[in-house]
Design a protein around this ligand. Sequence first.
Ligand SMILES: [Zn+2]
Length: 148
Amino acid sequence: MKTVTLWCQAGKHEWERQSQRGRRPLNCPEHSVEADTTGASVEKIKGNLDALEKARAVKVQRAQEREAENIANRERIANEAREKVPVVQAQFDEARQAEQKAFTKWDKIKPGSLKYEAAQEAWEAAANKTDRILTRLMSLTTVARTAA
Ligand SMILES: [Zn+2]
């Protein structure tokens, strides 16, 4: 039997089939959709594309909303930090003064006594407190500087 070379529109390639009567198909069997001839599948594909497009638009909108939320959150956190900085700064000043006092007290006591040990512990505790507050103050200051 004679074969003819046809063009497959869907697959964009040549293909061959045995010569036969009737309308030439638009697509090869591999790429043909049975309902193409009725146009139903075209509608279906368009519907699917519309649905995809809508889903994509929703996705983009959600991403924008999330981004706006993130920006608002960062600003809120930065604002909170800015409000806290002076409070923690005051706590730090207080802790540093307490530490200085504890050190002076310990420094006046003769080594080797029970009082000396206790005063040293008190000074170390005061120094640790100052360090903790300083760490907090530094991180708050960093956060406060992040947003505009
Ligand atoms: Zn094809």
